[in-house]
Structure formats: structure tokens, C-alpha cells
Write a protein that binds this ligand. Sequence first.
Ligand SMILES: NC(=O)c1ccc[n+]([C@@H]2O[C@H](COP(=O)([O-])OP(=O)(O)OC[C@H]3O[C@@H](n4cnc5c(N)ncnc54)[C@H](OP(=O)(O)O)[C@@H]3O)[C@@H](O)[C@H]2O)c1
Length: 168
Amino acid sequence: MLIAIIVAATTNRVIGKQGKMPWRLPDDLRYFKETTLGRHIIMGRKTLDSFGNGKALPKRSNIVITRQKNWAVRDTIAAPSLSAALQIARENGENTVFIIGGRERYPQALPLCNRIYLTEIHATIEGDTFFPPIDLQKWQEISRKPHPADERHAYAFDFVIYERILSE
Ligand SMILES: NC(=O)c1ccc[n+]([C@@H]2O[C@H](COP(=O)([O-])OP(=O)(O)OC[C@H]3O[C@@H](n4cnc5c(N)ncnc54)[C@H](OP(=O)(O)O)[C@@H]3O)[C@@H](O)[C@H]2O)c1
């Protein structure tokens, strides 16, 4: 099973501020949707709260990592850890699982991942939640598609895909 991270981060590696993403980039949301549609997605409980007002993202199998024993939200599967979440995706026969955040997931998930879908936002934006640096000794850029700033997008950004070349 391919394990992928999908994340949008600014030049200063910000991914969130006060439980939200401090930007609005509709074409990035569309890319996120198109890339993850039909797949298992794994997220921390606060990421579920931040996306879609705490509701499952449609047309994907939503696995939510929480320490709360009785946590239940319609159309989601609760898991007590990242490894339990990955096991659920594996048992369901998934071939590409996406880890979609948040910060608490990434340092733990990065060593297990083979691919990173990173939207590089060309801006320095204040935030409180960060993505760790990508070690270019271990990761190789295999694709980059630029998107300009325009009337709907305050910042330019690139859709970048990295593939692992060296394990941890
Ligand atoms: N830019 C992007 O692409 C992107 C993507 C995703 C998220 N974000 C941003 O990231 C922020 C949310 O991320 P976050 O780091 O604050 O939270 P998070 O990782 O999404 O969720 C944290 C929650 O996960 C559960 N958890 C964490 N470690 C656990 C463990 N070891 N075992 C079991 N459960 C565990 C806990 O849930 P319980 O409290 O229920 O136990 C914890 O409160 C928001 O600002 C969001 O907008 C940005």
C-alpha cells in the first residue's frame, strides 16, 4: 500500500492558524478533492473539526485518530493510533492511503510515507501549526505544476509531488 501525505504549506512552512488554514485557495481545495476522491484518508480529530465543520469528507473513507474512547461521527471510522488507522486501510484493500493532517500526524507519518503531495504556497503567512522540513537527501521532486495568483487566489502556488529515494 502506498502511503502518501497531502498538505499545503507556505514558504515559512505554516499549515494552520487557530484551527484553520489562514488562506483561501479554491483550486488547491479542488486538487485536494480530485487527488483523494475514492481513497482512504487519515486525519487527526482536530483536522476533521477544521475541514467541513467536523463532518466526514464525502466519497472518501474517513479514518479519524482520537484518544477519546466513545468518539463517533457519522461516516467516519475512529482509530486509536496512526498504525491502527493504516491497518484499517490495508484490511480494506486500499492501494493508496492519504494522510491529510494535521501537525501531530506529520512527524510520525513522514518516516512511513513514500510520497508527498505538497502545495507550496509562495507567501510568508503567520500561523501556529507547521509542516516539518522535507529532507532533500531522502526525497526527490518528481512533478511541479505552477498556479499563478489571480482574482480568486491571493497567492501563487505550485502543486509539487515528492517521492522517497532513501528510507529513514
Ligand atoms: N495546510 C494543510 O494542508 C492542513 C491539513 C490538515 C490540517 N491543517 C491544519 O492543522 C490544524 C489541525 O492540526 P492539529 O495538529 O492541531 O491537530 P490534528 O493532528 O489534526 O488532531 C489532533 C488530535 O488527534 C488526536 N491524537 C493526536 N495524537 C494522538 C495519538 N498519539 N493517539 C491518538 N490520538 C491522537 C487527538 O484527538 P482527541 O483530542 O480527540 O483525542 C488530538 O487532539 C488546523 O489548523 C488545520 O487547519 C492544515
